[in-house]
Design a protein around this ligand. Structure first.
Ligand SMILES: [Fe+2]
Ligand SMILES: [Fe+2]
Length: 272
């Protein structure tokens, strides 16, 4: 059994500052870390699919570093549009994955239990949309060709439109190039992303595309043509990607806040 937890879009701020005046992202990320550390069984890894910091500031990355260092499981990160790859590398030195890839793109492949994680850098400095670039797409093709192990490809930006118009406008611009590579490699079990701050599942390039919700605020579910860019404090959550030989890769949504229960299934005798 291999278990990978995915958290995303932490949007960590300097101490004492909320995100967009409303979302207490630092406190909410702290709650996520506590829930992840209490998981039994522990995940084999925690993957963070971008937007770790909110403004890519030094003080923000110091907080990200302190927060992620307290996770019991090994941590793998990648930049989102709110991050800057060089600042993230400097701020998260000590996390081995941040030094991988080229000068401007952080990408790497790592075996985690029975799975392989291939992490991509879709960030574009100063821009909200995503782009992998030809070199990184070529690296992905070579890397996927090296191992037939069941693989999760992870990046921040979703590679296709998903129906929330203002987020579709800032998706990955070279999603077709990604699809062309992924469709060649049938052992890609999932493409996982963040960015949209919602749990979304779609078909993509012959595999399953899964977007995890944020540990903080979520984007309003509005599929209208003129959906305004707004967020809402829906319950924050994360994904648990669970792999067994018999069932393959199964993705579970797990909430961070607690709810009443658990209640046992008690059946009342004589009640129709
Ligand atoms: Fe985000
Ligand atoms: Fe984002």
């Amino acid at each position: 059994m291999t278990l990978i937890a995915q958290i995303t879009d932490l949007h960590i701020r300097p101490n004492g500052l909320a995100c967009r005046r409303v979302s207490e992202t630092n406190m909410l990320a702290e709650r996520a870390v506590r829930v992840l550390n209490a998981l039994d069984p522990q995940p084999d890894a925690v993957v963070v699919t971008g937007d770790l910091a909110d403004e890519a500031g030094e003080r923000e990355y110091a907080n990200v570093h302190a927060l992620l260092s307290r996770l019991r499981a090994p941590v793998y990160v990648m930049p989102g549009n709110h991050d800057l790859t060089p600042r993230m590398r400097a701020g998260l030195s000590g996390f081995s994955c941040v030094d991988s890839g080229s000068a401007d793109k952080m990408h790497y492949a790592v075996d985690i239990g029975a799975l392989r994680l291939v992490a991509l850098d879709s960030s574009v400095p100063g821009a909200p949309h995503g782009e992998l670039g030809e070199q990184q797409v070529a690296w992905l093709d070579r890397t996927l060709g090296e191992s037939a192990r069941p693989t999760i490809v992870a990046l921040h930006h979703p590679p296709c439109a998903l129906g929330i118009r203002h987020m579709d406008a800032i998706a990955l611009i070279d999603g077709q190039a990604l699809a062309a590579v992924v469709s060649k490699h049938s052992h890609v079990e999932r493409v996982i992303c963040g960015h949209v701050h919602r749990s979304i599942v779609a078909g993509f390039a012959g595999t399953v595309l899964a977007l995890a919700p944020s540990t903080a605020h979520q984007v309003v579910l509005d599929l209208g043509e003129k959906a305004p860019p707004e967020f809402v404090m829906e319950p924050p959550a994360f994904f648990l990607h669970h792999f067994t030989k018999d069932s393959g890769l199964v993705t579970h949504l797990a909430y961070i806040e607690s709810f009443p229960g658990p209640f046992p299934f008690i059946f009342d005798e004589g009640v129709e």
